[in-house]
Design a protein around this ligand. Sequence first.
Ligand SMILES: [Cu+2]
Length: 249
Amino acid sequence: MKIFATCLTITAVLAQSASAHYIFSKLVLDNEVSEDWQYIRETTRDKCYMPTKFSSTFDNLTPRDSDFRCNLGSFSNAAKTEVADVAAGDTIAMKLFYDGSIAHPGPGQVYMSKAPTGNVKEYEGDGDWFKIWETTICDESGDLTSSAWCSYGMSQFEFQIPKSTPAGEYLVRAEHVGLHGAQDNQAEFFYSCAQIKVTGSGSGSPSKTYKIPGLYDDTMTLFNGLNLWTDSADTVKKDIANTPIGDEI
Ligand SMILES: [Cu+2]
């Protein structure tokens, strides 16, 4: 099936900023990479370009808005986005557009939310979200402005759908946060949602749930106040711990 994207092919001129300003567009199932926006709700941005920020936003979207759930305008594309079958316990991945890789320092995480009606195509994501995966600092003595972060250079997030996940349709939201502007309240958020149908006989329930918006705010030092050029790894870890990113899964 041919999926046509409206946030279109990037010219050579834009390629460089596109690799810095990545966006999740593909789902990887059984090591097979989907089309762009086949299973991930496409944004209505005219370019495959992000981020969302608390201040100095280029599109007036901030983490305080409903579209912080799954990206600007993306609910309007929910109906035409396919739903991927995934067995609880399977490992899948969300991959970046245009062979991009993560070129900013900061944590990555994946949240899920169950469609209450059973149909994810009509679900706006206003219910409960829970975290299933996270990646933070891998090398505490490394360069916090780049490769100290496990996700630095990754082109996809690979994660397991927990075995205990009850059957049903879900949004799966992958997110990376670039912290290089956090000293100036300009943390950068990159995120999209896949639509999946979980099969199996799981009967778990999440230990902690969140609402989006409401997940993050700019009173959190991690996003507003932290300085990767001067703060120690311990300080950064404390700042992470004081956000949902630091919560246990
Ligand atoms: Cu950036």
